[in-house]
Design a protein around this ligand. Structure first.
Ligand code: IPE
Ligand code: IPE
Ligand code: MG
Length: 251
């Protein structure tokens, strides 16, 4: 891919797909038309991620807070999601893409969830690219659930409180077997994280673009990856330390 260093790709990219409503409004369309156009961007971004060779792509599609939206919009979103699962299924299998769910099942219409589960099951053995769909997801809920599971194991005598460390907490999250996101992209200009992967983005690079989600396609995605490659990730160290490490990599 033009201008991208294949040696320095992020392992995990997470995207807050925002701006469907504003995209529709600009065209005097209803919000649902914006979500439909946004689904095309989801398809395009997954295809690009696969082509480039990314390992993990996490897409924030529906938050816990999004239940507060008008009932009609919520229903349309689930119908759209069902259509997406059906139409993308052959492509996911052909391209050997593993699909996973991050979030809770409760509240998602059962028939829609069943089709989604079937896709998850039928792609579970693929390892080229993992696409995590964050649906009915909230970062605080995820951390609270992890804390609760740990507490239950303490009560059952399987764990001791002093065993709790950042690594142990991380192992109770839905991302336990994945690297943390290296890059978080948010479209449509809002500078906030909206309860997305709160724990996992501790050291992620943030990229915010004014482009609305339905307009975010391959070219915009590649530009975000180029910008990522221009950044220096310091993880608390100094620039000088990092240059020394590059000359003599720590063993
Ligand atoms: C993102 O677009 C999609 C979802 C949150 C489901 P929005 O629907 O939030 O679009 P804006 O922010 O109103 O433009
Ligand atoms: C964040 O977008 C959630 C998703 C993209 C699914 P929102 O549009 O819900 O975020 P806020 O409410 O503007 O922070
Ligand atoms: Mg929004």
């Amino acid at each position: 891919m033009e201008g991208l260093d294949p040696e320095r790709l992020p392992r995990h990219v997470a995207i807050i797909m925002d701006g469907n409503g504003r995209w529709a409004k600009k065209r005097l369309l209803n919000r649902v038309a914006g979500h439909e156009a946004g689904a095309e961007s989801v398809r395009a971004v997954i295809e690009t991620a696969r082509k480039i060779g990314l390992s993990y792509l996490t897409l924030y599609a529906f938050s816990k807070e999004n239940w507060q939206r008008p009932e009609k919009e919520i229903q349309a979103l689930w119908q759209l999601f069902r259509r997406f699962v059906r139409s993308e299924r052959p492509r996911m299998i052909e391209n050997e893409i593993r699909v996973r769910h991050m979030g809770d099942s409760d509240g998602i219409p059962q028939d829609v969830y069943a089709e989604f589960q079937a896709l998850i099951r039928d792609t579970a053995h693929f390892d080229k690219l993992t696409v995590n769909l964050a649906l009915n997801y909230g970062g605080r809920h995820e951390i609270a659930q992890a804390a609760r599971r740990f507490a239950e194991e303490v009560r059952a005598g399987l764990r001791a409180p002093e065993e709790m460390t950042p690594e142990v907490l991380g192992s109770y999250l839905m991302t336990a077997d994945m690297p943390d996101p290296d890059l978080v992209i948010r479209t449509s200009g809002e500078c906030r994280v909206s309860n997305f992967l709160l724990w996992q983005i501790a050291y992620a690079e943030l990229y915010i673009t004014d482009t609305l989600w339905p307009d975010f396609r391959e070219a915009e995605f590649v530009e975000a990856l180029r910008e990522y490659q221009r950044r220096e990730r310091r993880f608390g160290k100094t620039s000088e330390q990092l240059s020394e490490e590059r000359l003599a990599p720590p063993v």
